[in-house]
Write a protein that binds this ligand. Structure first.
Ligand code: LLP
Length: 401
């Protein structure tokens, strides 16, 4: 954590502001590559839903990654950032068939998410390669909202459709060349990954034309000292074993795909705010910052833990604070946390804000979304302007004018 640069970012560019240290994205990518070095053919696609600023995407592209997208807009942004068509995956959920057709016309690799959309696809493109997302029936993920692989979830094609899909393929109604699985985000238990990996490789042996297996994202990074994390070595070892087993059974080589979001960018991002007031109440010292869940919703939505650093007073006596925002409903960033003594106007920094931070921000309470900065080669650069009032009013229509 480059404290000096973060202090400099806050004093030169103001707050609230998101800051991303690009060197951390690069080192996370290197660690991931190192973990999977024994697999001959794999590609890492960055889940752009986690952070989609074009400067970040271009940096990631230049590192050699592909892109994982969830909407037609993310595909178009990816293309604008220079990703080639074959570097872009599209794994939508519940979108209209017309959006799937548009993605198809652009030429990206599609992971279909329902049996119903496979049927529609087969009517138009019976002989075109397509991938499918399987629902593995596994409950895994940091909380209920982000655990998406269980049998009651809306995601993926339930296993009971596999026989029908194989029949469709035999009748040449569809050509399934890839399988996809994404069980959840913030997966702490390696055995949950293992179960999914084993399942998807075993399903792959049932289809004739499989060329790739996509294991999705979900790798858990620690949010504080001593927090749980995915054991990457163990994860990669199980993948290697299953990869090899598949090869021994079928004699075929597969391309392996990973789609991490958090692992690549969470650690790289900091959300920096300023303290408006220290408000004393019966049981709390509230540090009220110049932001709210409109800018950074993870703590409110998922009760996620983000370490808070007082950039203005790093090493003073620690006192207990509840850090809250200015939104007119409960928006607690950190509850009863021991933080180096905070005063009015101090600069507070939330860690692990790179993934699903800015990208989940909104204009609730008619607040402006903040600027984004990056630290690259020792320099701080602005990569998004703070919004202004015009931006808020831009698309509104005054019918009483
Ligand atoms: N692939 C697919 C198909 C996904 O749906 C996701 C995330 C990923 C990859 C990347 O997962 P990651 O490596 O980032 O865990 N807003 C939530 C997380 C939502 C994840 C949605 N899908 C949060 O802030 O915790």
């Amino acid at each position: 954590m480059n404290i000096k640069k973060l202090q400099e970012a806050a004093s030169n560019f103001g707050t609230p502001v998101y800051v991303y240290d690009l060197s951390i994205i690069e080192s996370q990518y290197n660690k991931l590559q190192n973990a999977f070095k024994n697999i001959d053919n794999y590609k890492i696609h960055f889940a752009s839903k986690s952070l989609s600023n074009i400067s970040i995407l271009k940096f990631i592209k230049n590192l050699g990654l592909g892109l994982d997208t969830v909407s037609i807009e993310e595909i178009k942004i990816g293309i604008k950032c220079g990703f080639s068509i074959d570097e872009i995956l599209y794994t939508p959920n519940g979108v209209s068939f017309s959006e799937i057709l548009e993605a198809k016309s652009l030429g990206v690799k599609i992971n279909l998410d329902s049996f119903e959309s496979v049927q529609d696809f087969s009517k138009r493109y019976s002989n075109h390669p397509v991938s499918i997302r399987i629902n593995p029936g596994i409950y895994a993920g940091g909380n209920e909202n982000i655990s998406v692989g269980h049998s009651n979830s809306k995601f993926g094609i339930p296993e009971e459709f596999i026989t029908d899909l194989i029949k469709m393929e035999e009748k040449k109604q569809i050509k399934i060349t890839g399988l996809h699985i994404h069980t959840g985000s913030d997966i702490t238990k390696n055995n949950q990954f293992d179960e999914g990996i084993k399942k998807i490789f075993s399903i792959a042996t049932k289809f004739k034309n499989i060329e790739s297996i996509d294991l999705g994202g979900g790798i858990k990074i620690p949010y504080f000292l001593g927090d749980t994390k995915t054991n990457l070595k163990d994860y990669a070892r199980v993948v290697e074993l299953e990869y090899q087993k598949y090869k021994n059974i079928t004699g075929k080589d597969l391309k392996l795909i990973l789609e991490p979001g958090k692992y690549l960018v969470s650690d790289s991002g900091y959300f920096i705010t300023k303290v408006n007031y220290i408000k004393k109440s019966k049981n709390n010292f509230f540090a009220q910052v110049n932001s709210g869940f409109n800018h950074f919703i993870r703590p409110t939505l998922y009760k996620s833990y983000h370490e808070v650093i007082n950039l203005s007073n790093l090493n003073d006596k620690k006192e207990e604070y509840t850090v809250v925002g200015y939104i007119c409903e409960k928006d607690t960033f950190a509850k009863k946390r021991m933080i180096s003594k905070i005063s009015k106007d101090d600069i507070l920094c939330f860690k692990n804000a790179g993934a699903y931070g800015f990208n989940m921000s909104s204009n609730y309470n008619s607040r402006l979304r903040p600027a984004e900065l990056c630290i690259h080669d020792g320099k701080i650069k602005k990569i998004r302007e703070e919004e202004n009032l015009e931006d808020l009013l831009n698309n509104q229509i005054d019918v009483f004018d």
